[in-house]
Design a protein around this ligand. Structure first.
Ligand SMILES: *[C@@H]1O[C@H](CO)[C@@H](O)[C@H](O)[C@H]1NC(C)=O
Ligand SMILES: *[C@@H]1O[C@H](CO)[C@@H](O)[C@H](O)[C@H]1NC(C)=O
Ligand SMILES: *[C@@H]1O[C@H](CO)[C@@H](O)[C@H](O)[C@H]1NC(C)=O
Ligand SMILES: *[C@@H]1O[C@H](CO)[C@@H](O)[C@H](O)[C@H]1NC(C)=O
Ligand SMILES: *[C@@H]1O[C@H](CO)[C@@H](O)[C@H](O)[C@H]1NC(C)=O
Ligand SMILES: *[C@@H]1O[C@H](CO)[C@@H](O)[C@H](O)[C@H]1NC(C)=O
Ligand SMILES: *[C@@H]1O[C@H](CO)[C@@H](O)[C@H](O)[C@H]1NC(C)=O
Ligand SMILES: *[C@@H]1O[C@H](CO)[C@@H](O)[C@H](O)[C@H]1NC(C)=O
Ligand SMILES: *[C@@H]1O[C@H](CO)[C@@H](O)[C@H](O)[C@H]1NC(C)=O
Ligand SMILES: *[C@@H]1O[C@H](CO)[C@@H](O)[C@H](O)[C@H]1NC(C)=O
Ligand SMILES: *[C@@H]1O[C@H](CO)[C@@H](O)[C@H](O)[C@H]1NC(C)=O
Length: 744
């Protein structure tokens, strides 16, 4: 009985909430503000200030639009440059535009060649950037590896039609794939990997890559099942994209000091833009709505009118920016509900009944709240179970002394200041890493992934257990995880000194000696070799790259990010994943077979070695660079073939007596980058080789003391008596070290 009543009550609550939400939405269309004499609309599109059409109508030239009729029907359209603006959303600071930035690759059977059209979008020097929450990189095709490059990123995915079922509305590798847009970019260009082409798919010769509003895209199998360019045609060659804007390049605190400060309305607030570089925009304060960019643009919201339920059964009174609730004389407020005061006169049966009703309602409300809380807890429990939390718990109980903690959501929220922007350490297609401080001032890094696939979900607890047992001084320690959320979060030890990527490519003006580089290379190789040979289950890293090698004080390397790591599969047939990794580091064999092996890690590590040697980026984003210089590995192979290694070496390590060491590292890198995985050395071999080179470096012959030399070479007397050149010495010493190593 009570249960039924409760669910009814809930239902009516929801209906009321829904109704009031509709009401708010309907009211939200406050007329947009303009400067005097400026048009409010162009065609069907509202043009609120800071945007404007015509002289002195926009805040600055970045927001200046033109209004022209481009179609035969005579409807005018607002244009920003060549792009049609379809909607300006002031409170969210977003603008929706149509772009023609679809890159395509079509096979021409007559000419037996591929025709490429590479498009891009360049918003540099404009106040706009590409919203990472509203857009996606979309790739359509049957044998396509396409990617977008930006000033600092290469992100892409691969789609195939071989042995997969294409489904309308599904874009996860079969005929269509998608990738997340990095944060804060203003420029992108779409490309295709030429090794993937549709020459063997005569029935669907075209592939596409574009960056567009994700809500506007739905995959239709006809996009790849037809020989014509259906995708291009259905979209008329234009795709919508959502952009964020900022007023200028000042953060709020600075902007307030400038004469051009744009948040001029009373009751407006300044909001820091979410770009990487500083910037600000304006919003109306809570309780106000309208245009913060014009005087008195922010108007009070009358909550009492808009939300009939604002005060429940009480009396609502609107105030500037808020409202107050009160009760009729004779009743008082108890937990936001007006309750009749007990009368001093003999209690009339009617009053008694009404009090009874009120008490009943209060009791119901409480019951509902408890129910809601139970529901939330149940949800958390469900997620926990789904992610294999119970298995993990059991294991942890049976194996005492596992230093691994299961965190609650609240704990992590507290540690990261509610996942505040200020705590962000890094960000990428996979998700976001936050810096956190646990109770007791323990610094940690909290990784919050964007998505997890169903298969991974079930295995999560088990994987955690295995990863938690990984214990190597050059591997970032996994301290725990949080399973009671939809996508589990991982908690790692905090490594203070940035990444290898930042060390190599950063602008810190520091010279990095060859010894330091070799040390980092050796320690990382050692860590990866440890993972590969891990006693219980070998672990593949799957995404070795310089941004994933963190540095401690003294440049001690710590390999991180097992987000992509996969326990080595026992059943190979089951193991087909979509290519996941980072362009420039991806093993070409993996791209062809879709099979991740320990040799894929070796390949990626080879690229890291090249970065250490050349200080060049693994992938060149510049569209003008010829194809063979785009990827560092190709450029390196070319240089080695032409015997021009020293032309691509980093100048910081070029000079000096280290030519032999450098050549050895280059040779090692070359073996790591062999096309065929079987020909690459194992990670263990790589680590040993680097270790021996490191030892050679640590013992420069000029500073040698006799005992040490004896240990290495056995025959110090002959050395002392005969005059040998440094190069000769070097080669002997190297051989000796190698012999020592292999003798063990
Ligand atoms: C805005 O653009 C129009 C032409 O489209 C130009 O005449 C006008 O000067 C521009 N205004 C500003 C402030 O840049
Ligand atoms: C503009 O609209 C008129 C009809 O109002 C039409 O005749 C003309 O062709 C249009 N201009 C363009 C460039 O399409
Ligand atoms: C502006 O305020 C509204 C309501 O408080 C909020 O929904 C919106 O996200 C805010 N916009 C920005 C850019 O912070
Ligand atoms: C398609 O790619 C293959 C390699 O995967 C290559 O041999 C072939 O020449 C390419 N075809 C065209 C037309 O580019
Ligand atoms: C983008 O445009 C800016 C100028 O607006 C230019 O300096 C830059 O080179 C362009 N970037 C690319 C990659 O074309
Ligand atoms: C694809 O399917 C065909 C027949 O259905 C099969 O012979 C072939 O081995 C499959 N290829 C792969 C890579 O699974
Ligand atoms: C897919 O496209 C075809 C023709 O292009 C269309 O008839 C069909 O309705 C579309 N299907 C969906 C689910 O959008
Ligand atoms: C596509 O296929 C149809 C028949 O299925 C054919 O008539 C047409 O010429 C083809 N178009 C191209 C561009 O190959
Ligand atoms: C703003 O200006 C005042 C005085 O003009 C100055 O004291 C203050 O430091 C400035 N603040 C910032 C953030 O530049
Ligand atoms: C805005 O960003 C600056 C740094 O870019 C920071 O110092 C300031 O605290 C931020 N302000 C707000 C209101 O978040
Ligand atoms: C409105 O008033 C209530 C109660 O005084 C307060 O809790 C709330 O924060 C206020 N809201 C705004 C937007 O000022």
């Amino acid at each position: 009985m009570v249960k039924l009543g409760c669910s009814r009550f809930l239902l009516s609550c929801h209906v009321l909430l829904c109704l009031s939400a509709i009401w708010v939405l309907a009211m939200a269309d406050v007329p947009a503000g303009q400067r005097p004499g400026c048009p409010a609309k162009c065609g069907d599109v509202d043009i609120p200030f800071p945007f404007g059409i015509g002289d002195k109508c926009a805040l600055h030239s970045g927001f200046n639009l033109s209004c022209t009729n481009t179609s035969v029907d005579g409807v005018k359209k607002p244009l920003k440059g060549n792009f049609e603006v379809t909607k300006i959303i002031l409170p969210e600071a977003k603008v929706r535009m149509n772009t023609r930035a679809i890159s395509s690759q079509c096979y021409d059977p007559a000419a037996r060649s591929m025709n490429y059209i590479n498009f891009g979008l360049n918003l540099t020097d404009s106040p706009f950037w590409i919203s990472e929450v509203d857009n996606k990189i979309i790739v359509i095709g049957c044998n396509t590896l396409a990617y977008m490059t930006s000033s600092t990123y290469v992100i892409g995915c691969r789609s195939t039609c071989k042995n997969v079922t294409l489904e309308n509305g599904k874009c996860s590798g079969a005929g269509c794939c998608q990738a997340d847009v990095p944060k804060g970019i203003q420029y992108y260009h779409g490309y295709f990997n030429e090794n993937y082409n549709t020459s063997t798919w005569p029935d669907n010769p075209c592939s596409y890559v574009t960056l567009m509003e994700k809500a506007a895209f739905s995959f239709n199998t006809s996009y790849v099942r037809s020989n014509s360019s259906v995708f291009d045609e259905t979209s008329n060659g234009v795709v919508p994209i959502v952009l964020d804007w900022k007023i200028d390049a000042h953060a709020c605190e600075e902007a307030k000091n400038t004469s051009s400060y744009a948040c001029v309305s009373s009751n407006s607030v300044c909001v820091n833009a979410t770009t990487i570089e500083p910037g600000y925009l304006c919003n109306c304060s809570d309780g106000y709505r309208g245009n913060p960019y014009i005087t008195d643009g922010c108007q009070d919201i009358n909550e009492c009118l808009e939300n009939a339920n604002a005060c429940g059964n009480g009396i609502c009174e609107n105030t500037p920016g808020n409202h107050t609730c009160s009760c009729n004389p004779g009743s008082s407020m108890v937990n936001d509900v007006c309750v009749e005061k007990p009368s001093r006169f003999p209690v009339m049966p009617v009053v008694g009944a009404s009090v009874g009703v009120v008490v009943f309602v209060v009791a119901l409300a409480c019951a509902c709240m408890i129910q809601e809380r139970r529901k939330l807890q149940k949800m958390k429990r469900d997620y926990f179970r789904q992610h294999g939390g119970l298995i993990l718990f059991d294991e942890m109980r049976s194996k005492q002394g596992i230093a691994f903690k299961i965190f609650t959501e609240e704990e992590l929220q507290q540690a990261t200041n509610r996942f505040s922007e200020q705590q962000v350490l890094g960000q990428g297609g996979y998700g976001t890493v936050y810096k956190g401080i646990l109770k007791g001032d323990v610094e940690v890094a909290v990784k919050r992934c964007k998505t997890i696939d169903e298969q991974q979900k079930k295995e999560f607890g088990k994987e955690m257990l295995i990863l938690s047992q990984v214990n190597h001084r050059n591997i970032v320690k996994l301290l725990g995880c949080c399973l009671e959320v939809e996508v589990p979060m991982l908690v790692y030890e905090f490594v203070p000194n940035g990444t290898l990527f930042q060390l190599i490519h950063g602008n810190h003006g520091m010279r990095i000696s060859l010894a330091t580089r070799l040390g980092i290379a050796h320690e990382s190789a050692d860590a990866i070799a440890y993972l590969h040979s891990s006693a219980s289950t070998p672990i593949l890293h799957g995404d070795i790259k310089s941004p994933n090698i963190l540095l401690d004080m003294d440049h001690q390397a710590k390999v991180s990010d097992f987000g992509a790591s996969i326990l080595a599969p026992t059943d190979k047939s089951q193991f087909i994943t979509l290519v996941h990794g980072t362009c420039g580091y991806l093993d070409p064999e993996y791209m062809q077979t879709n099979l991740l092996t320990d040799k894929s890690d070796v390949y990626s590590f080879g690229v890291v070695l090249l970065e250490l040697l050349t200080a060049k980026l693994p992938f060149n984003f510049n569209p003008d660079v010829p194809a063979h210089e785009k990827s560092l590995s190709m450029m390196f192979m070319y240089a080695m073939k032409e015997n021009k290694l020293d032309q691509i070496l980093d100048v910081e390590i070029k000079d000096g007596d280290n030519t032999e060491i450098i050549e050895e590292i280059a040779e090692l890198a070359m073996r790591c980058l062999e096309m065929c995985g079987d020909n690459r050395p194992s990670m263990k071999e790589v680590a040993e080789k680097l270790d021996s080179l490191r030892k050679v470096m640590q013992h420069p012959w000029v500073q040698r003391n006799p005992e040490e030399m004896e240990c290495l070479l056995g025959e110090p007397s002959s050395m002392a008596s005969s005059a040998i050149t440094s190069a000769e010495y070097f080669s002997i010493e190297k051989k000796a070290v190698n012999d020592l190593q292999s003798g063990r």
